[in-house]
Write a protein that binds this ligand. Structure first.
Ligand code: HEC
Length: 134
């Protein structure tokens, strides 16, 4: 009985999901894969210190795999600076964009010796790349 009643709304939901899914797929900007590829190239600037592979805690800097959604200074086993350990926020795109512009603006006292990236497109590409590195 329960099943009988829910069949119709379920069909609509399925249809709606299919439509939304298709919409989302076509709405993907064509530049996305390109942006990720560009970000991967740009990551060479970070790769001296960072990894997105399977190193447990990272190199000189923490491993950045699955960064978005992780708390700042949140990788277990990596020895962060006291300034980074004191952070309470979670990495999202806006924060990462600010960090990549000038790390010390986000976390004064961070030990990440990196001046920042002035070009917004380059920052976006890096963020796209890091989002893809799960
Ligand atoms: C010279 C080495 C070095 C370079 C180059 C460098 N980083 Fe870092 N990065 C660090 C260190 C060290 C930390 C830890 C900072 C702390 O504890 O204050 C860090 C921290 C971070 C964090 C915070 C991670 C977390 O777990 O909260 C992010 C995000 C990050 N770096 C991204 C980048 C990106 C993207 C690049 C390239 C554009 C880059 N870094 C270049 C050394 C570096």
């Amino acid at each position: 009985m329960q099943l009988q009643q829910s069949r119709r709304p379920l069909a609509w939901t399925t249809l709606l999901c299919a439509l939304l899914g298709a919409g989302a797929a076509t709405a993907q900007p064509a530049g996305d894969a390109t942006s990720v590829a560009k970000g991967k190239r740009l990551f060479m600037r970070c790769a001296a210190c960072h990894d997105v592979g399977d190193t447990p805690s990272g190199r000189i800097g923490p491993n950045l795999k699955g960064l978005l959604g992780r708390p700042l200074g949140g990788l277990v086993g990596y020895n962060y600076s006291p300034a980074m350990k004191a952070q309470k926020q979670v990495w999202d795109e806006a924060l990462l964009n600010a960090w990549l512009t000038k790390p010390t603006n986000v976390v004064p006292g961070t030990t990440m010796a990196f001046i920042g990236i002035p070009d917004a497109d380059e920052r976006k590409a890096l963020i796209d790349y890091l989002r893809s590195a799960k």
